[in-house]
Design a protein around this ligand. Structure first.
Ligand SMILES: NC(=O)c1ccc[n+]([C@@H]2O[C@H](COP(=O)([O-])OP(=O)(O)OC[C@H]3O[C@@H](n4cnc5c(N)ncnc54)[C@H](OP(=O)(O)O)[C@@H]3O)[C@@H](O)[C@H]2O)c1
Length: 299
């Protein structure tokens, strides 16, 4: 069985759903059930579940707050991976660890490949880079999967924020000079289960990979697609105005290029992320279409 940590996050919940849909045995533990920075809790969880594979979907993900909540980000993204990878190493269990495009500085012209030098430009990226390093140092039995711009039906994400704003505002002003690859949690969960299938089948694809939705856009392009996708259900069509990152200052700097080259993942694991716009339509439909249907029953 697969044991996942961070079970209440947007990815953790999607993993639970995806595994259940494919009848893959998976137990997902919330932070309350197992804090990955707590060695005794992690050891106990591994002893109790006796997994064939561990997935770390837990992380401190508040990119702006990480600039000031330094200890919380350190615990979740550095101490957690150290603790978890050490426990996996001593139990001889492989670990799939999720990392981020924000380990790069965004100055590259084209998409980032796995061997590109990392140079994070914000505190979140620095803690995630340190987490990757400790996983590599603690256990050879690891797959590190870097992904980007995650959204889905569960938890909090950019797509849900845009839906909320689109419901009340006539104009959304969204950054258009940062580009990346929106990735649905559904796609990402499938990617993780594809890795799991190889590992549990005895293959040894150890190392670092990039996986994201296919295609590239900007936050403005992402928002425009979300607004277009919800309009048929809500009748709301706010204007989406392109602005620059300097017009929308945030505590944490973001890379201007977050595009990930996922061809290595595709060669090794045999599939690629679905086109990002198609996934945005599907997730929006699931969120807004379902809500409207429920509302109409109430009325
Ligand atoms: N979100 C993105 O756009 C994005 C982009 C690239 C990569 N990633 C990576 O993808 C992975 C999944 O992210 P996500 O978007 O699913 O994040 P998420 O929704 O914020 O979920 C993370 C989960 O981890 C839990 N957690 C935090 N610290 C923990 C600890 N010490 N022990 C146990 N659980 C802990 C959180 O619990 P609490 O809520 O109680 O803190 C939360 O339930 C992370 O590795 C993240 O860095 C995310």
């Amino acid at each position: 069985m697969i044991l996942a940590f961070g079970g209440n996050g947007q990815l953790g919940q999607e993993l639970t759903r995806a595994a259940a849909a494919s009848a893959i045995p998976l137990a997902a533990l919330s932070r309350a059930q197992a804090d990955i920075a707590d060695p005794a809790a992690v050891r106990d969880a591994i002893a109790r579940h006796d997994p064939s594979l561990v997935v770390n979907a837990a992380a401190y993900t508040k990119v702006d707050l990480a600039e000031t909540e330094i200890e919380a980000a350190h615990q979740g993204n550095e101490i957690g991976p150290v603790t978890l990878s050490a426990a996996c190493a001593s139990a001889g269990v492989p670990l799939i660890h999720i990392s981020t495009d924000y380990v790069f500085d965004g100055t590259k012209q084209g998409p980032y490949v796995e061997s590109d030098p990392i140079a994070p430009i914000n505190a979140y990226g620095r803690t995630k880079a340190a987490g990757e390093r400790s996983v590599r140092e603690s256990t050879p039995l690891h797959v590190i999967l870097r992904t980007s711009w995650i959204y889905g039906e569960f938890g909090q994400n950019f797509l849900k924020t845009m839906l909320r704003l689109a419901a009340t505002r006539d104009e959304l002003r969204v950054v258009a000079d940062q580009r990346g690859c929106p990735t649905s949690t559904s796609d990402l969960a499938d990617a993780i289960l594809a890795i799991a299938s190889q590992l549990l089948g005895g293959k040894k694809p150890w190392g670092t990979y990039h996986f994201a939705g296919s295609g590239v856009t900007t936050w403005h392009g992402f928002a425009s697609r979300i607004v277009a996708a919800q309009a048929p259900f809500t009748g709301r069509r706010p204007r989406v105005t392109a602005i620059t990152a300097t017009e929308f200052p945030t505590p944490a700097r973001r890379p201007s290029n977050s595009e990930l080259d996922c061809s290595l993942f595709e060669r090794v694991f045999g599939f690629r992320g679905r086109p990002w716009a198609q996934e945005v339509d599907a997730v929006t439909r699931a969120l807004v279409g379902e809500t409207r249907e429920k509302d109409s029953h109430v009325a």
